[in-house]
Design a protein around this ligand. Structure first.
Ligand SMILES: Nc1nc2c(ncn2[C@@H]2O[C@H](COP(=O)(O)OP(=O)(O)OP(=O)(O)O)[C@@H](O)[C@H]2O)c(=O)[nH]1
Ligand SMILES: [Mg+2]
Length: 379
């Protein structure tokens, strides 16, 4: 469980403040309610829903954590195949590390979307170790690679500088290009908050299509969460403003604002996003406290450019990386951690309500390089 939800923030008795510039160096604390509950089975506040049984899983066995790890590992199968199994196959029967091996390894790393920079850094490092005679066996090289990848992914585990409210709800604004999984991710996050006892108000600020509102309402019903919406074509900023009003009046703990998908290169639509952010901040000083960019892992390198442009426009504070179950290019995770100083909060590993994991760098690398890779090599 990442620091984001582990921290607490104190709710003071202060009235809702009027708009004023937000101090950049405020390191927030999360609400006491977001702290892990005494009776929680793990060190989590937003508990994971028990996973459904999958092949190779023991379902709701007593070892829920092991089972969830297994599930993550299963869902990362495509990346495991393209990265880890291919490395295993490459090393199979090789007695020494030579130039050919490095060439083939380079191709594997690039194909898994680790990116040129990381690939070159990893290979340079390995070559130096071979030269120093510190590395001679190909299987050792795999271990070096795994730890190097871990070091990149760990970079994302930086403390998130969230500006938390003195009072009022914690507001999350969710942004991203079309179809990346924003609304679905909101539904999954809502489930986590609700499971941990938080009240959640959902805001349909994607007024572009009536279907978008309907989709969010379905997630609202699934989670038993209220959804604020207006007619199709309404000004999304106005929807957001009214929703914050309601959240404050009803003392909601969390507000999650769904926005319409937009290309990071569409200047006018990025302006609209800035306006939504501004208007939310006018109604509730310091909000939105989290601007979460949703990235589709299957888009590979383009995800990095999306993050850069969205960040320039509205200042991204956290990432959700979806569809890791559907891509062989999961190496993008390392790339994103290397290229962007924005923490990954969640990873999406399927379409169901409980297919969202808190991003744990260690767990991710261990699941990717799981021992079963030796037993399940493709024929
Ligand atoms: N396999 C898989 N599919 C996902 C995941 N997350 C979302 N999806 C699917 O991606 C598709 C698009 O999801 P939406 O949530 O509608 O995406 P969106 O970003 O809200 O789309 P727009 O509002 O149109 O911009 C849906 O079919 C989701 O079920 C994931 O982690 N894994
Ligand atoms: Mg949507």
């Amino acid at each position: 469980m990442l620091g984001w939800f582990k921290k607490k923030f104190s709710k003071t008795e202060q009235d809702i403040p009027v708009a004023e510039p937000v101090s950049e160096d405020l390191i927030p604390e999360l609400k006491p309610e977001l702290k892990p509950k005494e009776a929680a089975p793990q060190e989590t506040t937003l508990q994971e829903t028990p996973p459904k049984a999958e092949p190779g899983e023991r379902g709701s066995s007593p070892s829920a954590i092991g089972s969830m790890f297994q599930r993550l590992s299963t869902r990362l199968a495509k990346t495991k195949e393209s990265l880890v199994y291919r490395i295993d196959t490459l090393f199979l029967g090789k007695k020494e590390i030579d130039a050919d091996l490095f060439d083939e390894l380079e191709e594997i790393l690039i194909t898994a979307d680790l990116g040129v920079t990381i690939t070159m850094e990893i290979l340079d490092d390995a070559r130096k170790q071979v030269k120093r005679d510190a590395l001679s066996d190909p299987t050792q090289l795999k271990a070096v690679l795994k730890e190097k990848l871990r070091s990149y992914v760990m970079e994302s585990d930086k403390p998130a500088e969230l500006v938390m409210p003195q009072s009022g709800p914690f507001v999350i604004m969710v942004v991203g290009v079309n179809g990346v999984g924003k609304t679905t991710t909101i539904g999954k996050i809502t489930n986590k908050f609700k499971n941990s006892g938080q009240s959640v108000l959902l805001v349909a600020a994607d007024t572009f299509r009536a279907a978008a509102v309907a989709q969010l309402k379905i997630w609202g019903e699934r989670n038993d969460a209220e959804v604020v919406s207006q007619r199709e074509g309404a000004d999304p900023s106005a929807v957001a403003f009214d929703a914050i009003d309601r959240a404050v009046a009803k003392d909601y703990d969390v507000v999650i604002v769904d926005t319409a998908g937009r290309l990071h290169t569409q200047v006018n639509l990025m302006e609209e996003l800035k306006k939504i952010k501004r208007v939310i901040g006018k109604r509730l000083s310091g909000a939105p406290h989290e601007i979460m960019l949703v990235l589709d892992a299957t888009t590979g390198q383009n995800a990095v450019s999306q993050a850069k442009l969205f960040n320039e426009a509205v200042g991204i504070t956290g990432l959700a990386l979806t569809k890791l179950d559907g891509t062989a290019k999961g190496g993008i995770v390392a790339n994103i951690c290397r290229e962007l100083a924005i923490p990954i909060r969640f990873i999406g590993i399927g379409e169901q309500i409980d297919d969202l994991r808190d991003f744990d760098p260690d767990e991710f690398i261990d699941a990717l390089f799981g021992e079963e890779s030796y037993q399940q090599q493709p024929s």
